[in-house]
Design a protein around this ligand. Structure first.
Ligand SMILES: [Zn+2]
Length: 94
């Protein structure tokens, strides 16, 4: 089923965060660092990451979302998420 690309409510975001946090054991999907919640200023603050960027037409559906630390989220730029994940794992030098 297609998921509508609409903005998520705070309640939906909280629910998604909880599900993803459990699924990822609270670790960043890129660097594996345990993320901080409620500390937005920390480089390891938990952020919701769109795997396919919204700018590229990515949806807010849970299959397109993961939790990443702020540092990784901001460091990714326009890179494809899989390329970035491989890079962060140290398997690429770019
Ligand atoms: Zn990270």
């Amino acid at each position: 089923m297609e998921e509508a690309n609409v903005a998520l409510s705070t309640k939906q975001r909280d629910s998604i965060r909880r599900r993803l946090r459990t699924h990822q054991n609270g670790k960043c999907c890129y660097c594996g660092q345990v993320m901080r919640t409620g500390k937005l200023g920390s480089p390891y603050a938990e952020t919701i990451e769109h795997l396919q960027r919204r700018a590229d037409g990515g949806s807010d559906g849970i299959h397109n979302l993961a939790l990443a630390c702020r540092s990784c989220n901001e460091g990714r730029g326009t890179m494809n998420w899989l390329v970035y994940a491989t890079y962060k794992a140290g398997e690429l030098s770019i």
